[in-house]
Design a protein around this ligand. Structure first.
Ligand code: TRP
Length: 324
């Protein structure tokens, strides 16, 4: 079990079967006609650290723009969430944006949920120091699966979920609606959802955001192969794959691919997978919405849009929704 240096709380660990699950995802994903890997496996300790570096890149606008929106409106957002709420954050990472909220909000408890144990421990530790009155109850896990939240003994008002970044964009649309519906069930009637939603914009801005000049995003994407080699004994040759970011205008999504630069065969878990030159592994999608379309999809999942904040170029939105 992971504990913090201070022993203030315990991070509930990811299920032991996660290596087996990773292997299964790799074997199933590579057996498809379009090879693919679920994006959650990008986030081991190194992947989470690389993602933090992405968030600081000049090209990666989502973090910068969302932070600016939060800085302007955190007080108003906190008032809508309401004092005494139980605040659950999915994919909390470094919990950087959460600090802005917590400056104006005294929740009954804060439950950061993240798939990366080391990132979660470090962030929880720092937050508990900065907000000594705040009960921090971290959960290490995959928020796309049913999770037991440690909120039973907590006397809280409403349950609110904070889901910043553009992580909601990493679901395909039907799964996104299914996910929002499961969050609605978790929060119950009257529950709140404070959500980051990235918006459609010019192709070149998007392509630069997902393929930066320094190659940090490329290293992040390739890290899933590094991880498969280390954890599953796979033999991916890192110099024979390159990162590619493609904008699909019709679908409104960025696609991240690892493209094989030559014909090759890769071995994992006793199986062999052939790659043609130019054949890719699809590692992630990041959907960009327009506000109207998003509101319609959220309504299908039982959420009513209460407030939407954007920047002056309408590149990114933070939205407050309530559960009908
Ligand atoms: N949630 C982030 C996003 O969609 C994840 C991300 C950023 C990402 N850059 C990436 C995932 C590059 C894979 C490759 O913006």
């Amino acid at each position: 079990m992971l504990t913090t240096t201070e022993g203030l709380f315990e991070v509930r660990p990811l299920a032991r079967e996660s290596r087996a699950e990773f292997l299964e995802d790799v074997l199933c994903g590579l057996a498809r006609a379009q090879k693919e890997l679920p994006c959650k496996w990008l986030y081991d300790a190194r992947g989470s650290a690389l993602f933090e570096r992405i968030c600081q890149l000049e090209e990666y606008y989502p973090t910068r723009v969302e932070l600016a929106i939060m800085e302007h409106h955190a007080r108003e957002m906190a008032a809508l969430l309401g004092p005494d709420c139980a605040l659950v954050e999915y994919g909390s990472g470094s919990s950087l944006k959460t600090r802005l909220l917590l400056q104006h909000l005294r929740p009954a408890a804060y439950v950061p949920v993240d798939i990366s144990g080391p990132a979660l421990t470090e962030a929880s530790d720092r937050l508990a120091r900065a907000f000594p009155q705040l009960p921090v109850l971290p959960v290490c896990g995959d928020f796309t699966k049913p999770l037991l939240l440690p909120l039973d003994g907590v006397a809280a008002g409403r349950r609110c979920v904070y889901f910043p970044g553009s992580t909601i964009g990493n679901f395909h649309k039907p799964e996104m609606v299914g996910f929002l519906a499961s969050v609605a069930r978790q929060c119950g009637p009257g529950g709140g959802l404070l959500l980051g939603v990235d918006l459609r914009k010019e192709r070149d801005v998007l392509e630069r955001a997902y393929d930066d000049a320094q190659g940090v995003t490329a290293s992040f994407d390739l890290n899933v192969l590094v991880r498969a080699n280390r954890e599953l004994g796979a033999d991916f040759r890192l110099d024979s794959f390159r990162h590619e970011a493609r904008w699909d205008e019709r679908q409104g999504r960025m696609e991240m691919h690892l493209v094989s630069t030559r014909e090759q065969t890769v071995h994992v878990g006793g199986e062999a997978f052939r790659f043609d030159e130019g054949e890719s592994i699809w590692t992630e999608s990041s959907y960009k919405y327009d506000l109207r379309e998003f509101a319609v999809l959220a309504a299908l999942a039982g959420w009513r849009s209460e407030s939407v904040w954007t920047d002056h170029r309408a590149w990114f939105s933070v939205q407050y929704l309530t559960c009908a």
